[in-house]
Ligand binder design. Sequence first.
Ligand code: PGA
Length: 247
Amino acid sequence: MAKLIAGNWKMNGLMASSHALASGLAEKVKAKPDRADVAICPQGPLIKDALAAVSGSPISVGGQDCHASESGAHTGDTSAALLADLGCSCVIVGHSERRADHGETSEQVKSKAEAALKAGLVAIVCVGETEAERDAGQTETVVGQQIDGSLPEGGTPQTVVIAYEPVWAIGTGRTPSLEEIGAVHAFVRSRAQESQGLGDGLRILYGGSVKPGNAADILAIPGVDGALVGGASLTVGDFWGIIENCP
Ligand code: PGA
């Protein structure tokens, strides 16, 4: 199975810079399309332009969040149906920044993931422990509860991706050891199997300070099927450096 390298642009980029980033990346991927499956997730208003910029390349475009409802009175939210209609193929749900900044619960994340599936999108469901939780030896408890609570009903390894992102590794330049990442990924797979029968063939991404310099080692860990990349997805050189380092 090819690795999946997904760029989470977060709340970064304006029209010109985002267009340049997406089209620069498209040129690289078109030249070497077999390195990995590549996706980018820009801010909502940039999606249409990003889709145009990557057209003719195998890069997928996704959203960073969606609402659980199909439509209605939800000011400021975006429906999964609209993301799909625009041409997106995936959406991130339950990122730790949404769980922290918007108080999203696993129950809400599950509803969002189910809305994504209903709209025909792949749901990239994020889980991960805080530093205090890791220090207290609660990583498996916390991540296990997030998996049980957040995975959609009726998902398959083709429609659900899990991103394991330790909160303390996001944007900090710190990462767990390779052994620690491998251990949590093995735990995530077995729990996803128990919880929703999703272990075999499920793609589990690692996220948190993935850079060109550590990508080869992280992506070579058994059970790591790709990466969800924040900061290093914001330049063509860094993001391509990660894609090129896929084993
Ligand atoms: P980072 O972010 O690569 O900047 O650590 C990862 C993420 O939050 O998805």
